[in-house]
Design a protein around this ligand. Structure first.
Ligand code: DGY
Length: 325
């Protein structure tokens, strides 16, 4: 008999067909799972669960007594309670590697759009306000040959450093849990303590995963260390910063501008003051959202899930502690 899988993710047909060759899949929309008896019944039977942004905690796992694996369709896994999964011997997997270049493109796009005020200027043209020569009111900030400070030089951080060094001739600074000597050679990057990176960078790009030790890593003190001309880019998770402190730093002109792909609450709340600031460029958490990359992520998540259900070690197993040869 085929094993049963609950999916809280909209797969494209080819990936869904691939899954259905080996397992029975029941599909749910994230918006429709709360207090849904059909979801609870499906969880009760499920051997595997797959999803994007689904909170996996004790209360959900209590309803899934047969679960063997949870496959996360993203690289960040702050939505998973790894201890809760591990103590139940449930494998957890994610999708690293396949999205690095795409997310780096998004972050660089966001950085340039913020520095050169592209959304503001787009609105200016489309609202028919462009009727004469531009004044300096519309000028932006150069990106090329400036100093970029990347906090979190993992795979995505490296892909950003690559663009910065080779494409834009920028001076690359980085802060990381450990030194990355290969990146230092490839991108002429310099390791800095966090405070020094904040003081010296023209662009501060936050790419660290959200963990207990990175939650709120940038707050009032850290924003006050940045240059008044600094542009802050967040491509990690909303909770790696203290959002109210960023708002205050922007209101008090402690920093110049921000480009944000992530927010403390997603979807972002209508009354969030960041939405009314012309010097803030916002995206709806779309770092990896291209057709090709979303497809590659869903294929990898599907392969992780199927491997785990076959009794093989998934290639992207997070909680190695559950794996016994
Ligand atoms: C990831 O994969 O972590 C991206 O941020 C999408 O959530």
């Amino acid at each position: 008999m085929k094993k049963k899988v609950v999916s809280v993710y909209r797969f494209e047909d080819d990936v869904l067909n691939r899954l259905e060759e080996e397992v029975d899949v029941t599909l749910f929309n994230k918006e429709d799972i709360n207090e849904n008896p059909e979801f609870t019944a499906a969880l009760q039977e499920a051997h595997g669960i797959i999803g994007y942004g689904l909170e996996i905690n004790d209360s959900l796992l209590d309803k899934a007594p047969n679960a063997e694996i949870f496959s996360n369709v993203s690289v960040g896994y702050n939505n998973l309670n790894i201890d809760a999964l591990t103590k139940r011997n449930i494998m957890a997997t994610n999708t690293p590697g396949v999205l690095d270049e795409t997310v780096a493109d998004t972050m660089f796009g966001l950085l340039i759009a913020t520095a050169r005020r592209m959304p503001e200027l787009d609105h200016y043209v489309k609202s028919h306000q462009w009727t004469g020569d531009l004044t300096s009111d519309f000028y932006g900030t150069d990106v090329h040959h400036k100093t970029i400070g990347i906090i979190g030089l993992g795979r995505i951080g490296e892909a950003i450093a690559n663009r910065a060094h080779h494409g834009f001739h920028m001076n690359v600074l980085y802060h990381n849990r450990s030194r990355n000597e290969e990146a230092e050679k490839k991108f002429n990057a310099t390791y800095k303590e966090l405070d020094d990176l904040l003081k010296e960078s023209d662009f501060v790009v936050l790419m660290t995963p959200l963990t207990a030790s990175t939650e709120g890593v940038l707050g009032a003190r850290e924003f006050s260390l940045m240059k008044e001309s600094a542009i802050f880019i967040n491509g990690s998770r909303g909770k790696t910063i203290v959002e109210k402190d960023l708002i205050q730093a922007l209101q008090q002109k402690e920093i110049k501008a921000a480009g944000l792909d992530v927010f403390e609450q997603e979807p972002v709340q209508k009354d969030n003051p960041l939405l009314d600031m012309p010097n803030v460029v916002t995206l709806p958490h779309i770092g990896s959202a291209t057709y090709a990359t979303e497809h590659a992520m869903s294929e990898l998540a599907c392969e992780n899930l199927l491997a785990g259900l076959r009794g093989e070690k998934p290639s992207c197993l997070i909680n190695e502690a559950v794996w016994k040869d």
